[in-house]
Design a protein around this ligand. Sequence first.
Ligand code: ATP
Length: 361
Amino acid sequence: MKSYEVAVLPGDGIGVEVTAVALDMLKTLGPKIDRHFNTVIHPAGAQHYLDSGDALPASTLDACKKADAILFGAMGLPHVRGADGTEIIPQLDLRFALDLYAGVRPIRTWPGLPVPLSSPRAAEIDMVLVRENTEGLFYSRGRGYVEGTGSEAAAFDQMKITHAGTSRICDFALKLARSRKSLGKKGHVTSVDKANVFASMAFWRQVFEERAEAFKDITIEHAYVDAMALNLVMKPWQYDVLVTENMFGDILSDLIAALVGGMGMAPSADIGDQYAVFQPSHGTAPDIAGQGIANPSAMFLSAAMMLEWLSLRHQDPILLKGARMIEQALEKAFQEGDVLPYDFGGRSDTAAVARAVMARL
Ligand code: ATP
């Protein structure tokens, strides 16, 4: 039986809880598609930092590089911070170390689950946000500084937008729109910037236009990030693929997750040319960690994205079928009314959602 090596980093908080059921789910799925997933757990995270002084051990990073794919829970705890006051967030180190430049965050409405918007058109929400992951304002992480003291003090963080970095993320988004178009979706990319104020963002816009020249089959538009925040709430159904710099992407991906019911339904992939990490968009959710009530759907859908990526990379179509099986099992579980997770006001805990999905697999 064909086997894939998966490095698994459960991390902290609910990351550990949703990872455990995702591994059960992969174990159930494997034999049904005649594939084996050799999942090996590795330490990393804020708790590991407290225990060992190292948030992302070299041995874990090494194992990630050797594996076929990386499945990641969530990392970070509010009380675990570095000397500069920022949280210990090894997932950001992983993104930079493996050059995972494309943060891919798909969301869609799920029949059977309530959504916050009252318009019937909310049923049509289906979009992917593509976030540049390696530069933008996050370039300043670990480089920011404070000058002066007392009332004279001022803090500085810098935004970095390069031609190469912007080109590759715009190409990624345009290609994604092309492949979605082949599945009957809109084939439309909205580039989100703040080109009316910042030189870096006017530069981003120019590079996006350059790259789009090679994608005449894809329709494009520009949007300012503030207007985008408004339109994503007023008429989210009109969007297909969004592409934006790191910080705007960080913020807007939480906003779009809310459109379909919250972080529990928002998967993600951080993809580079060589490596890819698959993880739910949510964090460690300290407010609900340890209660067994986290919604594992975002994690299941991230595992489905992993199978889709592996399928393309290894020309192994059965894995794409596996990805669809996970999505369909989840959809059926919601549609048939068996489960309603806590974040939707229901009483289905992590184990109950997992059981419902595995029963349908
Ligand atoms: P980070 O900064 O690490 O991304 P965050 O501050 O955005 O984290 P999250 O940990 O994602 O915060 O949690 C945001 C809110 O969403 C919390 O109220 C949390 O309980 C809820 N939440 C997140 N993930 C889930 C989930 N899988 N199931 C249920 N609720 C969730």
